[in-house]
Design a binder for this molecule. Structure first.
Ligand SMILES: [Zn+2]
Length: 199
């Protein structure tokens, strides 16, 4: 993915509004927003936040449809260890980890690079890990209409690591299964194939 400096999509009005609010927040927490190191921080923070939530403006269905191909292959396709960065909607702090996605084609396959992009579209929003898992699952299921789809996400939440319970090493795992993956043997095959990376 391109670094956010290259993103041409910043709405100047929105960026400026968000920047002003960050400026206020920095003052409220007791900092001097006019000191050297902080002068450009409100603008940088605004752009970072807009980058991290750009998924609201992107269409995961269109991304999948742009690279669907007719193909008779009907074995399991697995894309594992997809890097994932999102923001928890309760604290607006990052959670991050890996997604593992599998599907069994039903006449169509999709360009492999599109699956990580779909993960990104839903991750770059305010999320909870459970809904993120479900969003990815349903999008692939409804668009590609495969014989089955499976999504597993393992993630660490900064809101748990940095504050509150401070359970620093805990990893939250969520999963969803549709179609063939609802069968225990198919699901187990998938879990076995990704398990070298499950801790
Ligand atoms: Zn949180």
């Amino acid at each position: 993915m391109a670094p956010y400096r290259n993103l041409e999509e910043y709405n100047l009005e929105v960026t400026s509004e968000v920047k002003d609010r960050y400026s206020k927040i920095i003052s409220e927490i007791g900092e001097d927003v006019s000191r050297d190191g902080l002068i450009k921080t409100p603008e940088r923070a605004a752009k970072a936040m807009l980058f991290l939530t750009q998924g609201y403006k992107q269409d995961a269905v269109e991304i999948l449809k742009s690279a669907m191909f007719k193909e008779d292959y009907d074995d399991m396709v697995i894309i594992k260890d997809i890097e994932l960065y999102s923001l928890c909607e309760h604290h607006m702090l990052p959670f991050f980890g890996k997604a593992h996605v599998a599907y069994i084609p039903n006449g169509h396959i999709v360009g492999l690079s599109k699956i990580p992009r779909v993960v990104d579209v839903f991750a770059r929003r305010l999320q909870v890990q459970e809904r993120l898992t479900h969003d990815i699952l349903e999008c692939i299921n409804n668009t590609l209409k495969p014989q089955g789809v499976a999504v597993v996400i393992e993630a660490s939440h900064m809101c748990m690591m940095m504050r509150g319970v401070q359970k620093q090493n805990s990893v939250t795992t969520t999963s969803g299964f549709r179609g063939q993956f609802e069968k225990i043997e198919t699901r187990n095959e998938f879990l076995k194939l990704i398990s070298s990376d499950l801790s």
